[in-house]
Design a protein. Sequence first.
Length: 128
Amino acid sequence: MAIIDALAGFVQRNPLTVLVILILAIGAPALLKGIALVILYFFMGLLILILVGALLLRWHMNKIRRQMEEQFGASGRTQGDYRQARDPYADHTRGREGEVRVHRTSGEPEKRVSKDVGDYIDFEEEKN
């Protein structure tokens, strides 16, 4: 019943198109068959293009996943292995629960530009 209602709605919204289709069906059935085949081939080609695109996307995502696994060395490691690979102080942090250790780093970062470079310019903002 829903299909009939949809077809009736299509006829009501597109009377000129339906009239042209009926004239072609009666007057030139071979031409209508050709138009129907073009539409069928178009939709089949679109469906095949979508399927091929989905397969290519899946293949590309798997390729990227494998590259990331190789880059980060994720194959066959446990969580402890990841922790040691990321944290250079992993052995030192394994202590009693609640124990806190502070590791000092070098003091000030070295300056890239000496103090003698550049001039100080004193300025005042003026409103126009």
